[in-house]
Design a protein around this ligand. Sequence first.
Ligand code: KMT
Ligand code: NI
Length: 171
Amino acid sequence: MKAYWYDNEEGDQRLPHDSHKPVDPSYLRSLGVLYSAHPTTSTVDTLASERNYTSRDEITVSPQAMGDIYESKVKMFFDEHLHEDEEIRYIRDGAGYFDVRSEGDDWVRIRLEKDDLIILPAGIYHRFTTDEGNYIKAMRLFKDEPKWTPLNRGDATDINPHRKAYLEERN
Ligand code: KMT
Ligand code: NI
């Protein structure tokens, strides 16, 4: 894992966009973003049971796995959105970037590689992209009825109760 301020330069979303201004884990924690490098199998199991994650699956995002829809999927993942549940991703192979909005509404880019695990809190604005390798395999943890629908940022998400709860927890 490596976190830094996004450079906001033009260019493909899959480029690093590294401003070379690092962001440390304590700042990520203040945004409610949790992260673990190389968790053991029992760490993942404990985390899943403590948070009532009853199921898991694996998604592969790559042209090989997705074929013609890969490019449009990658663009969709990069639309700024929130979820009404946590988003937990445990990277099993490849690499990619999660961008999360800071308190001041700037982008923090988080690079994840194999064996990184991340928990994004419900209500945080974020987006995802593969990197130039165009390949990531991730385990997704979920509850019985996952609320995974991405809610794209707009007036409706700003007043969403999960968004409001997220902001209240930050104070
Ligand atoms: C997401 O929520 O954007 C995804 O599931 C993308 C693939 S998982 C790294
Ligand atoms: Ni998401």
